[in-house]
Design a protein around this ligand. Sequence first.
Ligand code: NAP
Length: 302
Amino acid sequence: MTEKDIIIVGAGTAGLSAAIYAQRAGKSALVLEQEAYGGQIINTLDVENYPGIAHISGFDFATGLYEQATKLGAEVEFAKVTGVEEKDGLKIVHTEGGDYAAKALILATGVRRRKLGLAKEETFAGKGVSYCATCDGAFFRGKDVAVNGGGNTALEDAQYLSRIANKVYLIHRRDAFRADPAEVEKIRGMENVVPVMNATVTDLTGDGKLSGVEVTDKITGEKKVLPVSALFVAIGQAPENEAFADLVELDEAGYIKAGEDCKTSHPGIFAAGDCRTKKVRQLTTAAADGAVAALAAAAYLG
Ligand code: NAP
């Protein structure tokens, strides 16, 4: 069984930052990732709020982190973690591809996009319903599409899609967006972005492929169907930490309970980035957590 000083679960910004700090602290680090390295930021075209870097694409940012971590000697393997147990002073990490052992563990599992919870959502997933505008937007060039949500993700998705699609309905359940004022200002200047305020998505229609989104006005109760080929769901995010629930305490929403020191309820297990209980989930805070968690893990190892 492969044994390392520190195993990091998740190769997003927090996980790769932790790997950089662990290697520089003289500890061997292995990062386990279930999909692609980079985490959520690879879906962002323009990163403009990382201090010291005025503009970079999310993909280039993630690639820079990956190259920096691996050049320092961190290993990255692609495997889905299914559980963790404590045995003989080691953290045994079970994956679909076998077991790994480490003296300390950093959980940097991030979050995933929340689903609408509609009956037909699964039916139309990949057939018009998408959770990633930058991944799937190009399939709907010249078509009418919709984005649901009022946060930064939804507004950035709407901006991106406005350059590809014919028309973008931006459906939000309140009369004001939650996104940063700078993002709201940007969509105001986009003629083909049509805000549909005080509305919730209540049904999906189509024969095999999505052809319409039913929205219900929250004030009048009026229903109407927007004729669109795609719905991009951007209604926030949710953690996925069930695999660790036996060892570390989670809050009621499923986030790993850990403070600014990134220490969890279990000695030798640390949580970094969006997966832990915190108020601000940004690239900067994920990177900062990676550093804090790795230095705490290094101190734990002595
Ligand atoms: P978010 O900020 O939590 O916004 C989620 C949006 O979806 C809110 O407008 C919310 O409405 C709405 N919503 C939630 N549940 C819903 C439901 N069941 N039906 C309909 N609407 C629903 O999520 P996010 O936009 O994904 O952003 C997550 C975090 O990442 C935030 O901290 C954000 O600032 C950050 N982020 C930053 C950047 C950037 O800085 N460039 C880019 C993307 C994301 P209400 O407003 O009514 O609650």
